[in-house]
Design a protein. Structure first.
Length: 68
């Protein structure tokens, strides 16, 4: 993403009262446990490593909405 990385975008969404209720699922090529940990610390509800199938993403999105 030009100009902003996913961690910062997630942090911004999570801290803004207008968007904090929107569940964020990070999808990244980064596969270190520290990346997952940092993404979750920024406010993500889940962290998936590419490649991700549409079915996986839908499953995680549905779970995030149910537990929201």
């Amino acid at each position: 993403m030009p100009g902003i990385d996913g961690f910062r975008a997630t942090r911004t969404l999570s801290n803004d009262p207008a968007t904090r209720a929107i569940p964020v699922i990070m999808v990244s090529s980064k596969n270190q446990e520290s990346d997952r940990y940092w993404g979750m610390r920024q406010g993500a509800v889940d962290f998936l490593v590419k490649p991700v199938t549409p079915a996986q993403l839908v499953e995680k999105a549905q779970a995030a909405l149910l537990t929201g």
